[in-house]
Structure formats: C-alpha cells, structure tokens
Design a protein around this ligand. Structure first.
Ligand code: ATP
Length: 362
C-alpha cells in the first residue's frame, strides 16, 4: 500500500530546529501539499522522506515500513525537483527510460512504457529532442514523466512549478492533479504558493518555524483556520485580523470593543468569557460597506482604493488598523471618505489570546 507516515520527526541542524516533532499521514492516492513561508522546514521534511537528510529523531514510514535506515535508492520513491535534473545529453525518450535501466525491464516493455507516458504528458512530438531544445513546460512534463514511469511507492515533488510562467503553471496544476488522480500513490508536494496548494492538494499541511500548524482539506484550511497564523497566511487578499475585547457575551450575540468603537455581532461562542482579549478575523470579501452606521458596523476613513480588474480593494483606516474590503468595481468610493463597514456574521472567525481558533456554538 502506497502510504507515507511521519511519527514525531525532528530535524536539527546544530542548534537550529528545522522540523519540530512532525506527525503526518499521507494515504494511498492522496496528494498532500506542504505549504508555508520560506525557511519553515518544507524542503527538509521532503528530503527526510526521500532519505536525502537523516531525521534527528522520530520514525519515517513508507508503505508502512520504517525507512529511516534506508538509502534514497532503497526507498522506492520518485522525486521531481524544482530544477528538473534531466540529463542534458540524453533525449527526452532516453531520459524517460533512464530509471527503468535499474529495474532490468525488457526493451519492448521499456519502449511501451515510454510511449504511454509520452502520450499521457503530450511529449510524443519532442521525444527525440534533448532538454536544451525544450520549452520550460516540456522540461517540466519530461521530469514528471521520468518520475511516474517506474511505478514507485510514492511521489515527492519539490516546488515543481516554480520555474513556469503563470499561464503554464495554471495548465500544469490541472495536468499534474489529473495525472496523480489516476495513479493511487501517496504524494507530497512542497510549495510556497498557496494557489498551487489550494488547487492541487487533497489536504494541506501548513508549516511555520518547523511546526505543522494545521493539516486539513483546502476548504477547511480556508473556512476553519486553526489559528491566527494559518488565518493570515491563507487567502488573498489577506484576512483582516482585528484585535478586540469581548465586552459582553450572550447566547445569540457578542459585543466587542475595537479601536475605541463598540460593535455587536449576532454570533455565539460559548467558550469565551466577557473581558477576554480576542482577535476577529474577517476576509475582505466577507465585509460590505453600508450607508448608515449601526450597532453592527464600524466606521473609518478610506485610505486607499486599488482597482483589481473585476473587483476593487478598498483600505479603510479604523484607528491604526488597515481593514481591507473587496467591492465590486462599480462601487463608488473615494479616498478620504468616511465609510461604515459591516462584517458578514457567519464569516467572522474568532481567535483567543493564544491565537487558537474559538469554535462557534454547535
Ligand atoms: P524554502 O521555501 O525557502 O525552500 P523551506 O520551508 O523549504 O524554505 P528548509 O529549506 O526546509 O525551508 O529550511 C528550514 C530551515 O533549515 C531554514 O532555516 C534553513 O536555513 C535551515 N537549513 C536547511 N538545510 C540546512 C543545512 N543543510 N544546514 C543548516 N541549516 C539548514
């Protein structure tokens, strides 16, 4: 069974803890994206799974076997690197066939596999060319083809699309996702691009400073971020995170003080006591401007208006807080105007003093 499991895995480089007690399960047929800012430990995690780095502590299991002591070549994995690592003097056909030489596959079978993978990745027309004669997208597809030709236990991708332009990325995201869906392998993809993770992953592991902060489906990561870091990291434009004090709690509403203003929201959080310091999280598309101020609005001055094509991003200055609001491009709003903002109650996230998510009433 193609699975990858990490059990309490730590990697130290001297005094630096690059990966801190990571636990992870990737099931057969599942695509898991490791996502996080630069330096958070994504690549180190991937390299430990591949056997290119030793884990300082913990267990790494591939296909339910502990592999800590095995060399990369013994782990039955296929890896696609950011720098495709194609052999420059070999043709695409020879590059694709290369991994099969180690497996002593008969020539006819080898040719059949090359043809199949070439057809799958639309490489038939360039099979005779060397990597230097390929466009960037074709190199990428050749690297993927070389990984999938061998039927390994699992796949590891390290920033596979980072060298492609935006349009190629969009196409390749879809192609890789479709390809992996048919292969029933456990796959780990490292990326710092959240769009890549949100579109390609079955589940995302968000990392920060060596720690896995949340593992969940793209939808859950977006709609139920486990903490302030995940909330702020996922989503464009970024979620508004507003510090507030809960002044009064009720079964059907909560009242907050934020930036010198009071706001009453029709939401319930049984876990919070009056007087608590909290952070309200509201995505820019879950805010709307209303014409009158009210008990559920906050007011500020429009600071910046940024056209984004079909939509416009408006920055509202509330105290020293920059609140971002996405409005339809037809909305008339000007810098310097006083405006009133309403949060869509069902889309308000609440985080406690330690930054953890406070769940709504069941
Ligand atoms: P990026 O997206 O920039 O590649 P990353 O999330 O993949 O970042 P890693 O490359 O895993 O992060 O690095 C995690 C931490 O470990 C960083 O602080 C990095 O400087 C450090 N690190 C990685 N490899 C080594 C090494 N061989 N020796 C010392 N420190 C290292």
């Amino acid at each position: 069974m193609s699975t990858i499991r990490l059990r309490n895995v730590t990697k130290r480089f001297g005094s630096l803890v690059a990966v801190n007690r990571a636990d992870l399960d990737v099931e057969a047929g599942e695509v898991l994206c490791l996502l996080g800012p630069s330096g958070c430990g994504k690549t180190t995690t991937l390299r430990m799974i591949a056997g290119l780095e030793d884990a300082t502590e913990g267990d790494i299991l591939i296909a339910e076997q502990r592999v800590n002591h095995l060399r990369p070549s013994q782990r039955d994995i296929a890896m696609v690197f950011q720098f495709y690592a194609l052999y420059p003097v070999l043709t695409v056909a020879e590059n694709l066939a290369y991994p099969l030489h180690y497996e002593r596959i008969p020539k006819a079978e080898m040719e059949a596999r090359v043809s199949r993978v070439a057809a799958l990745l639309e490489l038939e027309a360039v099979l005779h060319r060397t990597p230097g004669q390929l466009a960037e997208g074709e190199k990428q597809r050749a690297a993927v083809g070389r990984a999938i030709i061998r039927d390994p236990s699992c796949f590891l991708f390290d920033e596979p699309l980072s060298r492609l332009d935006i349009e190629q990325r969009q196409v390749m995201r879809g192609q890789i996702k479709e390809l992996l869906a048919g292969l029933s392998k456990a796959t780990v993809i490292v990326t710092h691009d959240q769009l890549e993770a949100l579109t390609m992953a079955d589940r995302i592991a968000v990392m920060r400073d060596g720690i896995i902060e949340q593992v969940a489906t793209p939808h859950q990561i977006f709609t139920e971020p486990a903490n302030l870091f995940v909330a702020g990291f996922i989503g464009t434009p970024r979620m508004n995170l507003v510090e507030a004090t809960l002044t009064e709690g009720g079964e059907s509403y909560l009242r907050f003080e934020l930036g010198g203003q009071q706001i009453r929201l029709p939401i319930a959080r049984p876990g919070l006591a009056g007087g608590s310091s909290v952070t309200l999280g509201v995505r820019p598309r879950a805010c709307e401007f209303v014409s009158e101020s009210g008990i559920d609005t906050i007011s500020g001055e429009v600071d910046l208006v940024e056209p984004m094509g079909a939509e416009t991003l408006v920055h509202l200055l509330h105290g020293d807080q920059d609140l971002r609001v996405v409005v339809d491009r037809s909305t008339r709003i000007a810098v310097g105007e006083r405006a009133h903002l309403r949060f869509e109650p069902g889309s308000v996230h609440l985080f406690d003093e330690s930054g953890g998510r406070v769940e709504p009433a069941p």
